[in-house]
Write a protein that binds this ligand. Structure first.
Ligand code: CO8
Length: 257
């Protein structure tokens, strides 16, 4: 078996039929660096192939589910690199997994972290969970579902407000908006997610995959435009300024260019 450095994986549930993945970059609040996304894709593929696994749970270590894409990794990128390279290529892999996936959001789910949760099929929130799309503060825009999946789930006004202000919503607000289906005490979050995953795993895998596909047919639409607009923000000075300011821990000075 492959050894991972950015995630922890183990099978859970009485019948060992739940694939469990914990994002494990505590110091950077589980920022989704390239390597983490590669490992996540790999682990998901392994669970997809594993005949005993019927559902998957993803959670984060520490106080974050994931605080977004890794800003330190993106800071130096320019348009040529994000357009020509394989930037974002791992990001939608999770949507190709046919087994049901539950996100157990234990803390910050921001930017790409919120989008990762939304790529899962069910979201449970711990009481300390918060959700946000703060890309605008960095001079860029959500590029992995924040402008597509979020409005479809929470409605246009709330999605616009979250994406245009960068403000976070808490677990209760997320529940009210339909972004999550349950809010649980923090210490019960993962166990409850695993229990639900066990229940799903007890059914026919053919039926659960078809059910997931049927619901997603209504929910997923083409995301090509969204990704290319995100990439376009990398042609602008303000995107570089926003990310440099975050890394230098200072306020950004945008020049609207
Ligand atoms: N990337 C890299 N490092 C991060 C990130 C991140 N997204 N978030 C936090 N960190 C690091 C901090 O730099 C800090 O590192 P260090 O200890 O070396 O200074 C450490 O994690 C702890 O963070 P803080 O000290 O800031 O912790 P606080 O509790 O004070 O604040 C916050 C927590 C509010 C979550 C704060 O860290 C924050 O605002 N983080 C940034 C959130 C953000 O802007 N996320 C969006 C990123 S952009 C994005 O996701 C675009 C997705 C596009 C699709 C995918 C493209 C690849």
């Amino acid at each position: 078996p492959k050894t991972y450095t950015q995630i922890l994986v183990e099978k859970r549930g009485e019948k060992n039929n739940v694939g469990f993945i914990q994002l494990n970059r505590r110091k950077s609040l589980n920022a989704l660096c390239e390597e983490l996304m590669l490992e996540l894709s790999h682990a998901l593929d392994e669970y997809e192939k594993d005949k005993n696994v019927g559902a998957i749970v993803i959670t984060g270590i520490g106080k974050a589910f994931a605080a977004g894409a890794d800003i330190k990794e993106m800071e130096g990128l320019d348009f040529t690199k994000v357009y020509g390279g394989d930037f974002l290529s791992n990001w939608t892999h999770i949507t190709k997994i046919t087994k049901p996936i539950i996100a157990a959001v234990n803390g910050f789910a921001l930017g790409g972290g919120c989008e990762l949760a939304m790529m899962c099929d069910i979201i449970y929130a711990g009481e300390k969970a918060s959700f946000g799309q703060p890309e605008i503060i960095l001079g860029t825009i959500p590029g992995a579902g924040g402008t597509q999946r979020l409005p479809r789930v929470v409605g246009k006004s709330m999605a616009m407000e979250m994406c245009l202000t960068g403000d976070r919503v808490n677990a209760q607000q997320a529940l009210q908006a339909g972004l999550v289906s349950k809010v649980l005490p923090d210490e019960q979050l993962v166990d409850e997610a695993v229990k639900t995953a066990e229940k799903i795993a007890s059914y026919s895998k053919v039926a659960t995959s078809m059910c997931k596909e049927a619901i997603n047919t209504a929910y997923e639409t083409s995301s090509e435009r969204m990704v290319s607009t995100l990439k376009e923000t990398f042609t602008r000075n303000d995107r570089r300024e926003g990310m440099s300011a975050f890394v230098a821990k200072r306020k950004p000075e945008f020049t609207d260019s």
